[in-house]
Design a protein around this ligand. Structure first.
Ligand code: NI
Length: 158
């Protein structure tokens, strides 16, 4: 386990489309362990492989319910919309109001190559949307809009 460097701002990896994982081997599992360490060390709730310079379709998420590892994730359905203030470990000090689906059903492989399906709501759904965007070279700053008048952040999403 090791903490990896998180690339920031205009690092070229952050705007590229990541390639699917093909081998579920020890190297992948090492990367997943390192990504979890790196995310927890930075006190984030999600981290995508391109943020540590690896252009593969891998993300880790922990919104407080334990680590979720998403490999080659595919969003099956989205519903509802929730706006919240969002940030990103690759854009320290920046945040903005972003609307995301309230619920996302996503399928992904785990570290052993077993396909799983997650029914993600609220902050988990936000993290799934944010991290899968990273795998397509898309960052949250491109989605920031003006919050509606009277908007107040839910405490659970701070
Ligand atoms: Ni991010």
């Amino acid at each position: 386990m090791a903490i990896r460097q998180i690339f920031t701002d205009d690092a070229p990896f952050l705007s590229k489309v990541a390639k699917p994982v093909e081998k579920f081997d020890d190297k992948l599992r090492q990367l997943l362990d390192d990504m979890a360490d790196t995310m927890y060390n930075a006190q984030g709730v999600g981290l995508a492989a391109p943020q540590v310079g690896i252009l593969r379709r891998i993300a880790v998420i922990d919104v407080g319910d334990g680590i979720v590892e998403l490999i080659n994730p595919k969003i099956l359905s989205c519903s509802g919309t929730v706006g919240a203030i969002e940030g990103c470990l690759s854009y320290p000090g920046q945040s903005g109001y972003v609307e995301r689906p309230q619920r996302i059903i996503v399928q992904a492989f785990d570290r052993h190559g077993v396909m799983k399906v997650y029914d993600a709501h609220n902050l988990f759904a936000r993290a799934v949307a944010h991290e899968t965007d990273h795998l397509d070279g898309k960052v949250f700053l491109s989605l920031v809009t003006e919050p509606p008048e009277g908007f107040q952040q839910y405490e659970a999403e701070e």
